[in-house]
Ligand binder design. Structure first.
Ligand code: PLP
Length: 450
């Protein structure tokens, strides 16, 4: 997929500097967006989201035919493929991990593009259903699913529940015995395995290591399989592993696949998400095509002609489609030059959580060389958005952009220090539309009971 951008690949598709040298996103002038919607604001480029979704689906088809495999016909199974995975649209389902960003407009785009959706709570299930995902295209995750969440999953008979632990098997068995499935067919499930693989990523987003809070240890999986097969309302379809996020090296996926292959044969494999993205211009993550190709390559030797492979990309669908706009409130010089903006850890927690690196520019003066610290407005010294920013003579009133904030920004936003969470703006063909409004001050009191 060639995501065309006149700027570095960290910016959304089609982003450019216009004739006046101002950043343009989805054909909209960033200064005008800031004026119209205020700052901080998340800006998402709709065509970028759609292009990435289509690139995943197209990459699955292309990787399938390159591997000499028959693509699925409209009617169903591919004719004549005897061994290996037959990659077609239903043989390789792209499941959007909605934890990355779950506003209704964005979920609706991915539902329209034919993706599945992974929900990690009853709340995400509610959002995905409201956005138009059919229950059979939903998959529920969670290492601590509540009874209410499992009840909701069974009532809707989701496409898949990914079982994480022994208590969950007991709980599902009890809820089914109580009639939660009514007279519907058995609930399809996967078992999540922890393949004892630690990828090269931040420890807080590594999940595949033996000492993980997620999934069954490899030596517990066979017992889990027996227990699940014993519950008449559950249909064990396969196995799941997600080794971690922000993967810039795809080798751990191959290791995960060979680990999973020791667990037996299953008609469905889910190899999780985790494709890394470029947060800064020097980062060159694998492309969507390389990633999908690697996952298919890793899985196909272990899957039969009619088996199904699922992957769960989150950030790689949304991160680079979005940016955040801020306004500079003050510039202070001591040992460093501190450029303080009107947002921070309330709209982007990632620098605080993972020391995540970002870039920044003044939207109408790109390419500056004043070394500064782009600081947030919160009462924490650690509330720094970009530790080593290079800006062009930043002043109060300037509008600043930080690219690659389309994942885990809006999703993790909070009201610390009583700030009102930013709006989300969708831009397309020069038109901007508000898809999530800014919190009002009254929203800050909305849950108080006096
Ligand atoms: N699948 C599972 C089970 C996850 O835990 C996560 C992230 O936490 C994802 C998919 C999505 O990961 P990413 O956003 O890195 O693609």
């Amino acid at each position: 997929m060639a995501i065309e951008t006149g700027l570095s690949h960290v910016y959304p598709m089609g982003a450019r500097l216009n004739e006046r040298g101002v950043l343009e996103l989805g054909g909209c002038d960033a200064l005008e967006l800031a004026r119209e919607f205020g700052t901080p604001a998340y800006v998402m480029v709709e065509d970028d989201l759609r292009t990435r979704a289509r690139a995943f689906i197209e990459a699955a088809r292309a990787a399938g035919s390159k591997a000499g495999l028959a693509a699925e016909s409209q009617e169903g199974r591919a004719a004549g493929s005897q061994a290996g995975l037959a990659v077609g649209h239903e043989h390789l389902a792209i499941v959007y991990a909605s934890k990355a960003s779950s506003c209704a407009a964005l979920l609706r785009v991915f539902a329209q593009e034919g993706l599945w959706c992974d929900v990690a709570s009853g709340g995400e299930l509610h959002l995905a259903l409201n956005a138009g995902f059919a229950p059979e295209r939903l998959l529920m995750h969670g290492n601590a699913k509540s009874e209410a969440e499992l009840r909701a999953a069974l009532r809707h008979r989701l496409g898949l529940i990914v079982i994480d632990n022994f208590d969950e098997i007991d709980r599902l068995a009890r809820l089914i015995a109580e009639g939660e499935l009514a007279d519907r067919a058995a609930q399809p499930v996967l078992i999540r395995a922890t393949p004892d693989i630690r990828p090269d990523t931040h420890e807080k987003i590594s999940t595949g290591q033996a000492d993980s809070k997620f999934g069954f240890a490899m030596d517990q999986v066979s017992e889990a399989i027996l227990l699940v097969r014993d519950v008449s309302g559950l249909e064990l379809q396969g196995i799941h592993a997600h080794v971690g996020s922000q993967l810039l090296d795809l080798e751990p996926i191959h290791r995960a696949a060979s680990q999973l292959s020791t667990l037996g044969a299953f008609p469905t494999w889910n190899l999780g998400g985790g494709l890394g993205v470029a947060y800064t211009s020097h980062q060159r993550p694998p492309s969507i095509e390389e990633y999908v190709g690697a996952v298919i390559e890793a899985a196909r030797l272990h899957l039969g002609a009619h088996d199904r492979l699922l992957i769960e990309p989150g950030r790689s669908l949304t991160a680079n489609a979005g940016v955040t706009l801020y306004t500079v409130e003050s510039v202070k010089r001591n040992v460093s030059t501190w450029v303080a903006v009107d947002g921070g850890m309330s709209d982007n927690l990632r620098p605080m959580l993972y020391n995540a690196l970002y870039e920044a520019e003044v939207v109408d003066r790109f390419g500056g060389d004043t070394a500064c610290v782009l600081a947030g407005k919160h009462c924490e010294s650690g509330d720094v958005i970009v530790r080593e920013a290079l800006l062009d003579d930043p002043r109060a009133g300037d509008v600043i952009v930080t690219p690659a904030t389309g994942a885990y920004g809006h999703a993790m936003a909070n009201n610390y220090n009583g700030v009102t969470r930013p709006p989300v703006i969708f831009c397309k063909d020069g038109q901007a539309r508000l898809v999530v409004r800014r919190d009002s001050l009254d929203d800050l009191n909305a849950r108080d009971v006096l």
